[in-house]
Design a protein around this ligand. Sequence first.
Ligand SMILES: Cc1cc2nc3c(=O)[nH]c(=O)nc-3n(C[C@H](O)[C@H](O)[C@H](O)COP(=O)(O)OP(=O)(O)OC[C@H]3O[C@@H](n4cnc5c(N)ncnc54)[C@H](O)[C@@H]3O)c2cc1C
Length: 368
Amino acid sequence: MKISIIGGGIAGCSTAYYLTKDGHDVTLFERDSLASHASGFAQGGLKPVIRGTREIEYQNLSDYSIGLHRDLAKQLTGDGLNGKYTNFRLKPSVMLVKEESEAAEMIRVYESYGGDTEFDVRWLDCGELSHIDARISNDVIGGLYFGISYEVDPYKLTLSLWQAAEENGAKMVNRGVTEITVSGGRVTGVVTDDGLTEADAVVSAAGPWSAEILAGVGIEIPVYPLKGQILRLDAPGPPMKMSLWWDTDYATTKDDGLMWVGTTEEETHFDDRTNDEARDLIIGSAVAMLPYLVDAELVQQTACLRPMTPDKMPIIDAEAGPDGLVISTGGGRQGIALGPGMGIATAALVTGAESPVDVSGFTLGRFA
Ligand SMILES: Cc1cc2nc3c(=O)[nH]c(=O)nc-3n(C[C@H](O)[C@H](O)[C@H](O)COP(=O)(O)OP(=O)(O)OC[C@H]3O[C@@H](n4cnc5c(N)ncnc54)[C@H](O)[C@@H]3O)c2cc1C
C-alpha cells in the first residue's frame, strides 16, 4: 500500500516506523526538518498518568504507549535501558505538593493503587523526601513517587524512528504539502511545489498546523498551538536523581548535564519565540521548589508549540473525511509519551488492521 504522511514529528515518524515494519511503501513530507518543532524540543518525560486523574481511554493509551517506549529502546538501539541512541532512561518522578489539601488528594490516589506494584508508587512525607534530595524546599510537605517512570531524548527518539523507517524503505520529501487530493470520495495523493504524489492513503500528522492542511478537504479540527518554554540551567551541585513535578511545572537533570526547568502554557497563535516574562515565571516557580537554583546560570531558553485539543486528548481518526485519510494529532503535553501508541494505532487505521490499543474514544466526532 502506498502511503503519504504529512509531518515529520513523533506522530508522523512513529506511524512511518510501524507502517514500514509491515512492508508498506511510505513517503513522509516535512516542510522544515525532521523533529524541528515540539518533537525536537520537548522535555521528554515519560511519566505514567496518575490513575484516576484522566479519562480511562487516555490512561490506557498512555500505559500502552509507555510499554512501546520500552520495546523501542531495544528495537531502535539494541541495548534497552540506557539506550545510547535515544537516551531512554528509568527516571523516577515525584509529584511535589505544598498544600495539605493536595497532599490529602495524593495520599488518596496512592491508596487507590493498593498493592499494585507495576509503577512502584509511594507517598513520601517531607522527611523521606529530604533524604532523597535535601535541596527540595522546606515548604514542600510531601510527594507522590513513581519508581517506574522514564525519560527520553525526544529529538533522538524521533530521528531514530525515522532512521528505522528509512532502513525499511521509507522516503522523505523535504517539502510542504499544500493540498490533499480527493476523487470520488477517496484520497488520491498530496500536492507540493514539485507537483502531485499519488497515494492510496494519506496520514495527516501535521501537529498544531493540522487545521491548516485539513481545511482543504473540508475538515474543521479544533487543534490549536499551545506554546511551552523550557530553561536549561547550569545548576550547582550533583545532578537530580529524580524528575520533580509540581502544578504544571517540572525540573529534571537531562543527559546534557543541565537542569531543564519548565514550563508555560501560552496561547500565542503560531508565535514560537522565547520571552523574558516566561523566563522569569519559570525561574520563580523552580526556585520556590528548589531554592538552590537561585545560583544556577541560564544556558539556553527554548519554546515550541504543542498540538492541543479542547479536551486535552489526541485525535486519531479514519472516519472524519474522505476514505483513506487518517488524522493523527493532538498529543498535547504528553505527545512524546503517547507518540508510539498513536503511531501504532494510526498505522492500523491506515491498513484496516485491528489496533492493538483501543482508540475509538479519540475520534474527531466527539467535538461535534
Ligand atoms: C515545552 C514543551 C515540553 C514538552 N514536554 C513533553 C514531555 O516531557 N513529555 C511528553 O510526552 N510530551 C511533551 N511535550 C509535548 C510534545 O512535544 C508534543 O505533543 C509532540 O511533540 C507533538 O508531536 P507531533 O508530531 O504531533 O507534532 P510536531 O512535533 O509539531 O510535528 C509536526 C510536523 O509537521 C510539519 N508540518 C506541518 N504542516 C505541514 C505541511 N503542510 N507539510 C509538511 N509538513 C508539515 C511541521 O513542520 C512539524 O515538523 C512538550 C511540548 C512542549 C512545547
